[in-house]
Ligand binder design. Sequence first.
Ligand code: SF4
Length: 249
Amino acid sequence: MSKKLEKYLLELCEEKDKELLKKVPPENIKGAPPGMEEFKKYPHLFVLGAIMDTNIKASQAWEIPYKIASCLGGKDFSLFAEKDLEYYHGIFEKGPEGKSLHRYKKRNAKYFYKGIQDIKNKYGGNASNIWNDNPHSCVLIRRFQEFEGVGQKISTMAVNILRRDYKIPISDLSSIDISADVHLKRIFKRMGFIKNENKESAIIQARKMNPEFPGIFDYVIWNHGVEVCKKNNPLCRECRFDSICLKNL
Ligand code: SF4
């Protein structure tokens, strides 16, 4: 049963991947990664938003660089780079709306500041130098993980977005793992691919199912978790996997 499900899921994900590769991300969606034009002009907004994406909603994280830019009076990297850590501590404590910018404001002010310093010192002030040399996926993932605060989940998410949405050429996709978030772990368990909702098991299973590009499952499964296979009350009757899913609820 699970082989049939694996095959069907992979076909679905490959189809979706092709479709997404043809699409360009829309501009100016609040709480989303920057649109294509914005990304080309201000690539640091993407990197800094990704670094912020821990312990808060993703939509809040993507907004942080924009809120700071509004205080700085622009989005140019030089404006971000000229501020010191003390400035960022202050702005994370009290942002433009008078509220703190992140649940862990002190820690994330440091991650934000250090991210800027890394872009300045390692990438010549241009964040696109992180990915513009047609890197192997393992190199690109390592570059993201070198930013303080970025682990497996965020680095693979960032690389997936670079490839899928911004069409950045990556020479080999085999090191792009799934971002094993709550939806993915839950659904892999329910489908019978893994016994427990365990991150490592989910990552290994995705590698087994598609070694050339394990991260291919991310998008479809994440959406499925939000819309159908919800944490409470999964909508099995409406689910396309209903007849072949093990339903390990
Ligand atoms: S059949 Fe039910 S448990 Fe299985 S993936 Fe669909 S919603 Fe989830």
